[in-house]
Design a protein around this ligand. Structure first.
Ligand code: ATP
Ligand code: MG
Length: 562
């Protein structure tokens, strides 16, 4: 889609081709996926994962998984574990190349010392506020700190004292000595080490100074021999700094390349905002099926191939845009339409009694598991005198276009018989429909009429005596607004209050009795569902709706073409 160019390749692949041609990296392609373990991965990260691991696969190269764990305060082992699980689940493997930026703390400390010795870094003792003031703005050049001209000896001594814990947080920082007048704010003597008296999830209490992201990232790439360091556009302005460190340190240089991050409509893709939803209990956790996280999508019923295919479809571009969530939903429908077996389930039941079907009698009818794939075969569905159908499939006063069940009207019960509604039993006080009394035509077994009689409605149903009780969680988009973060309002004001509706009881046909957690099915006419892997138990079936059946993508695509 967006990877249009002569060879149908995106701009990153063209750069890699050119590098292979020129021999810049000796034909080597080595990428990395560098998450910060401060939250769960989301579908935006999946784009980066598919790109980095995809490049390695296509060019017979390698891709590392590297935790960018330079900030001890927000990082946790739980996140590390979830990230490992999610990347594996997406179908990628880093072999024995699982790294942590914290593995390089000694080396990074040495690099910093090297810069001090070269007169390229100094210890600043201004407060954070003062440093900000001295930095200037986009229109105003910065001012040199009064500490900028400390001698190498003084700097080495102070940096050593920073490391050995003699100072409080914020008392000093180590800064690169570049250019306070640079038009690029990132080049105005950026901080490279700060004091933080905090334990780190891997190095414990060993350090009380930690490298800044910019000082760790490029050097980690260099240490690992990364060729193409792919990152999102917000780092474009950091590239001169990325290069500056590698050049000044005289070490191997990886090439940073920026691409546009994924934005998806009707959701948010920022770990900070997702964390807020979790912490405020707006969702049940990082893996709430409404979350755009990999773990949320997995629990919602998305197969990993669907996420990979979606990432392929959206392609890689240099300009920011918002991708329609309808495309993601379309992609999962396309897959489940072919692969998910179909069953009947009733999520908002009303009882149907077939008056002319003998009490105590029953039979089994043949049902097709998936008409898209005959190899999936057939199954038996029990039929009896008392059934459930969807409350919504009956109207006492049908409007002109309502073709389903109504008093005196004949419809087809899928795979079963034609039935006609002969009576409606209502609660005398509330008027609520309690039962529909119907008659069936035994000659229509299997759902075909021998005399060519036509009916316009075909309903799904389950046999009340045989059905298995379950809970259905009907998920919808998390936000009501296509872009919940635009404008001044708080994004939480746009949460869709109906993003989860629970239907309990919901009745499913007995073939689902032992359905495995995580298995995916279509409830005929209702949507794609999966067995919830967290709350289901042997005596409790919980189904999550992945998506309803109706696909809005084609319409959106037509509108976009106009
Ligand atoms: P967030 O903005 O959600 O906090 P982040 O960029 O801080 O994300 P990281 O853990 O640093 O999260 O991301 C790891 C990698 O994934 C980085 O290379 C980053 O550029 C990439 N990435 C993050 N979000 C997206 C996105 N929406 N689309 C594409 N790539 C992304
Ligand atoms: Mg980041």
């Amino acid at each position: 889609m967006s990877n249009d160019s002569a060879q149908g390749k995106d701009f990153i692949r063209l750069i890699v081709d050119a590098d292979n041609e020129s021999g810049k990296y000796g034909g080597r392609v080595h990428t990395r996926f560098p998450p910060e373990p401060n939250g769960y991965l989301h579908i935006g990260h999946a784009k980066s994962i598919c790109l980095n691991f995809g490049l390695a696969e296509e060019y017979k190269g390698l891709c590392n998984l590297r935790f960018d764990d330079t900030n001890p305060s927000k990082e946790e082992t739980e996140y590390v574990e979830s990230i490992i699980e999610d990347v594996h689940w997406l179908g990628f493997d880093w072999g024995d190349r699982l790294f942590y930026a914290s593995d390089y703390f000694d080396q990074l400390h040495e690099y910093a010392t090297h810069l001090i010795r070269e007169g390229k870094a100094y210890v600043d003792s201004l407060s954070a506020d003062e440093i900000r003031k001295y930095r200037g703005t986009l229109t105003e050049t910065g001012k040199n700190s009064p500490y900028r001209d400390r001698t190498v000896e003084e700097n080495l001594e102070l940096f050593e004292k920073m490391r050995s814990g003699e100072f409080k947080d914020g008392a000093h920082v180590l800064r690169a000595k570049i250019d306070m007048a640079s038009p690029n704010l990132n080049m105005r003597d950026p901080a490279i080490y700060r004091i933080k008296h905090e334990d780190h999830h891997r190095t414990g209490a060993k350090w009380c100074i930690y490298p800044m992201y910019d000082f760790a990232h490029g050097q980690s790439d260099s240490i690992e021999g990364i060729t193409h360091s792919v990152c999102t556009l917000e780092f474009e302005d950091h590239r001169p700094l990325y290069d500056w460190f590698l050049i000044e340190l005289g070490i191997y240089r990886s090439q940073q390349i920026e691409f546009a991050r994924l934005n998806l409509s009707y959701t948010v893709l920022s770990k900070r905002k997702l964390l807020e939803l979790v912490e405020e209990g707006i969702v049940s956790g990082w893996d709430d099926p409404r979350m755009p996280t990999i773990s949320g999508l997995r629990r919602r019923g998305f197969p990993p191939e669907v996420i990979r295919r979606f990432c392929e479809r959206i392609g890689v571009a240099k300009r920011d845009s918002i991708v329609e969530i309808a495309l993601l939903e379309h992609t999962v429908r396309e897959e489940l339409n072919r692969t998910a077996p179909r069953v009947m389930a009733v999520i908002d039941p009303v009882k149907v009694v077939i008056l002319n079907y003998p009490e105590g009698q029953g039979e089994e009818l043949d049902a097709i598991n998936n008409p898209e794939d005959p190899a999936m075969g057939t199954r038996k569905v029990p039929f009896s005198r008392v059934l459930y159908i969807e409350r919504d499939d009956f109207r006492e006063d049908p409007h002109r276009k309502f073709f389903r069940l109504a008093p005196g009207r004949e419809v087809r019960l899928r795979y079963a018989y034609f039935i006609t509604c002969v009576d409606v039993v209502k609660d005398p006080e509330t008027g609520e429909v309690l039962e529909l009394h119907c008659e069936y035509d035994p000659a229509t077994r299997g759902g075909d009429s021998p005399d060519g009689r036509k009916v316009r409605g075909t309903l799904h149903w389950v046999s009340a005596d045989h059905a298995v009780r379950a809970e259905a969680r009907l998920y919808d988009r998390l936000f009501l607004k296509p872009n919940p973060t635009e404008g001044k309002e708080d994004f939480r004001d746009f949460i869709n209050p109906d993003s989860l509706r629970v239907s309990d009881p919901c009745w499913v046909e007995p073939s689902l009795k032992d359905a495995e957690p995580g298995s995916r099915i279509q409830f005929e006419r209702l949507g794609y569902f999966c067995v919830d892997s967290v709350d289901s138990a042997p005596d409790r079936l919980v189904f999550n709706r992945t998506v309803p059946l109706r696909d809005s993508w084609a319409k959106i695509e037509r509108q976009m073409k106009k």
